[in-house]
Write a protein that binds this ligand. Sequence first.
Ligand code: 6R9
Length: 635
Amino acid sequence: MSYYQIENLEEYFKHYKKSIREPKKFWGKIAEENFTWYQNWDKVLEGDLFQANVKWFSNAKLNIVKNCLDRHLSKRGNKNAIIFEPNNPDEPSQFITYNELYERVCKMANVLLEQGVKKGDRVCIYLPMIPELTISILACARIGAIHSVIFAGFSASALASRIEDCGAKLVITSDGAFRGNKVLDLKAIVDEALTQTPEVAKVLLVKRTNNKINIVPNRDLWVDDLLAAASSNSVAEVMDAEDPLFILYTSGSTGKPKGMLHTTAGYMVYVGYTFKNLFNYKEDDIFWCTADIGWITGHSYNLYGPLLNGATTVIFEGVPSYPDFGRFWQVIEKHKITQFYTAPTAIRALAKENLSFVDNHDLSSLRVLGSVGEPINEEAWHWYNNHVGQKKCPIIDTWWQTETGGVLISALPFITPTKPTYASLPLPGVLPVLMDDKRNEIDDNQVVGNLCIKQPWPGMARTIWGDHQRFIDTYFTAFPGKYFTGDGALRDEVGYYRITGRVDDVVIVSGHNLGTAPIEDAINEHPAVAESAIVGYPHDVKGNGLYGFVTLKEIGEYRDRNNLIKEINEQIATSIGPIAKLDKIQFVEGLPKTRSGKIMRRILRKIAEGDFSNFGDTSTLLDPEIVDKIKDGKI
Ligand code: 6R9
């Protein structure tokens, strides 16, 4: 029997049991029957979570791009691999077949080789959601270069620190990006970033907006010129199963962003398998994941998952609100989308608008709806179900992380009965466990615990680029022998999981994972600011908003508070990006600190939420009075 596809609930339980009892047999069979290899593995799984040294498919040889493209050509050469839907609805959509995508990736791979990029080199990609983004990523993977995509909304300094951290010597960007009614000057941001990263030797430029841009001689090259001269003959590099595939940065609660490293074979097998089952994928489906490829959701379920399965995937350049709030629904109707995968923040934003934006479109092609990035609240769930799915489409609430590579907990459409606010059951191969703070496993129902994973799965990140110790400290130390997710969760009587949010200091704003520490660092750079603490609070549209408590150096100096707030937010936009701007700022006399100097964030969280009822134990505070002052809004 094949394990690649789960047909019903009984089969799910059967596969699940097999995957937990005999993970090597389970994943070995899936890998062997559904992917192409230059050479098979010696062992399916080595290492363990105690030592954080897990390896999957040791010594196997493969190339993921061969699996995404080459092997589909004979059967699906003329099938659309990508449908590109531009920002402007009046610009024609583009349809890129597997044959064409293959040729364009091969040419781009040769361009990279000619520019001196070798196996193992890092390439940073800072592009809008256009087909060249996918092509650049696959070109890197084809030659064995490690891609690091940086979301094209990040600021110059955020870009520079990532380029520096991964040691990229080549950057791929564009002359600009269309976003709603704006044209963003990406190249200027790259130019500024590169003043801090002299080791970048080449910048390849994709033409998109025809912005007037500055060209640095000997460094900046138009990619079209290079592609015109490039051969389309390309042999995919032979990669080891554990060779790095990509680095993707995610925020941490302290210090600089973490470059999560994913390797080749395990990621491929996990993402291919989960895509197939999560979305009940069938050959003629048109799949649309709205996430930007700059986030893990885009990597795994806009790009790799669909292409590994020979699917048609939609790349959407625009935003949900342009030219109006019906844009998503218009695209679904236009391309007859069968699976739609988006974030609760988008659903909440669109649910606020007039229902006619949805009702005016024919959404009858839809079969499966997905949600990702943060908990989906009940109201949003029902709106999604009633108005988008018209009560006919199962909603899968998919819980996972940049670190996990693919989804770990989710319902399977038409198989698992869904329950709003519950991500539901673990996928095969995933063994979750809830731990209390004393490191005991929680067996009771409806008790919130620290969500950990007890068994390795193929898609897990292998390390933090350049800092394996931080990898161990962050994920494998609090609960030895287990992967600690940083999320809290509870389980109901039938074993469904409900994710309750981060237990550490990361706030999910509009589905984006933002560490509070780097935002505080940015604010603290303002000359008037002494200290700051950022917490999340529930926000109607964004899921969480950012609330900043700020102490000033000289209270008298900045009389114009509104101006100061503006400056602080500008500071944040420059060092992190506009996404991290604060929704509320409260100037305070002091922060509630423990004697050892740690800010008691749980108190600030309660104040930010407007809940002054019970602050819990405040005995370790250095100055307990400060809490009342903050509460009363007195400075
Ligand atoms: C895929 C992605 C990871 C964090 C994760 C959790 C939150 C994601 C969720 C969810 C509740 C869901 N999260 N999906 N919380 N229900 N369905 O978002 O990766 O950007 O690394 O964020 O997002 O808190 O720990 P990433």
